[in-house]
Design a protein around this ligand. Structure first.
Ligand code: AMP
Length: 284
């Protein structure tokens, strides 16, 4: 199957105009590259549902609030292209930074409230960078459907709210988190873990699973769930940023659990910041 690698907005727009003219539906999977099976799930799903799948590969500088994290973010462009071909994509859009930001941008998308808690509280400006670059990609690609991982649950909530509030004509498809056999959520950052850190890393999912079991068994006090999670991860040697119980749509903390909640955690192991989450259904 042929795969085109395109670096400019003009060339991508011309190619997509021709495909739309030919009646093809367009699916978009936005990524930062260093692709793994988690991205594979998004891309395969898009390939099943659309005649043309565009994978954007762009390490977006405006969503990094830590210069080292941006500099050290893994970049594997050749492998990414080969994987996109295997997974059934038609186009890889891999712009250079000046193509996306020819001058420092003055217009931004801020999704208030939904962006404020969890990662937003620890990474100022992160979700503004994410929402703005995704809005740009939606305008450039104009997909009917766009695919996002449940792994980044707050990002998903931010994008859903942006699309709703600003009437983007795109359907957001959420794809379940893909995990390693030991439960660790796949992430491009995992490759920066040492062997010892890699052995510890699945504990984050184990703590989330335990919390979800407690919620499903009827625990109503979010504070209890929070404290237990923080203790488990602290004892396992993580530097924990948060272990929270929130509403999955608004990302606001919950006190008394009722209905479906999102349990989300962020914690550092050595130089790597890991995030993960799980949905749990409490008593209604
Ligand atoms: P990233 O390249 O990390 O910015 O991720 C690009 C997209 O892939 C986002 O929508 C992520 O939520 C999704 N993604 C990353 N890791 C996983 C995973 N383990 N399972 C499912 N989706 C994922």
């Amino acid at each position: 199957m042929t795969l085109q690698v395109i670096g400019t907005i003009a060339a991508l727009r011309a190619e997509l105009a021709a495909r739309r003219q030919a009646g093809q539906s367009i699916g978009l999977a936005p990524t930062m590259g260093a692709l793994h099976e988690g991205h594979g799930a998004l891309i395969r799903r898009s390939a099943r549902e659309n005649a043309c799948t565009v994978v954007s590969v762009f390490v977006n500088p405006t969503q990094f609030n830590d210069a080292d994290d941006y500099r050290l973010y893994p970049r594997t462009p050749e492998t990414d292209v080969a994987l996109c071909r295997d997974w059934g994509a038609q186009i890889v859009f891999a712009p250079a930074v000046p193509e996306m930001y020819p001058e420092p941008p003055l217009a931004h998308v801020d999704v208030e409230r939904v962006s404020g808690k969890l990662c937003g509280a620890f990474r100022p400006g992160h979700f503004r960078g994410v929402a703005t670059v995704v809005a740009k990609l939606f305008h450039i690609v104009q997909p009917q459907k766009a695919y996002f991982g449940q792994k980044d649950a707050q990002q998903l909530a931010v994008i859903r709210r942006m699309v709703g509030d600003l009437n983007f004509p795109v359907e957001i498809v959420a794809v379940p988190t893909v995990r390693e056999p030991d439960g660790l959520a796949m992430s491009s950052r995992n490759r920066r873990l040492s062997a010892e850190e890699r052995r510890q890393a699945p504990r984050i999912y184990q703590a989330l699973l335990e919390a979800a079991r407690a919620v499903e068994a009827g625990t109503r006090q979010a504070g209890e769930v929070r404290r237990r999670g923080l203790a488990l991860l602290g004892d396992a040697g993580f530097r924990v940023e948060y272990f929270e119980v929130v509403d999955p749509d608004t990302i606001q903390p919950v006190d008394e659990i009722a209905g479906t909640v999102l349990i989300a955690a962020a914690a550092w192991l050595g130089p790597v910041r890991l995030i993960d989450n799980i949905l749990a259904r409490g008593p209604s």
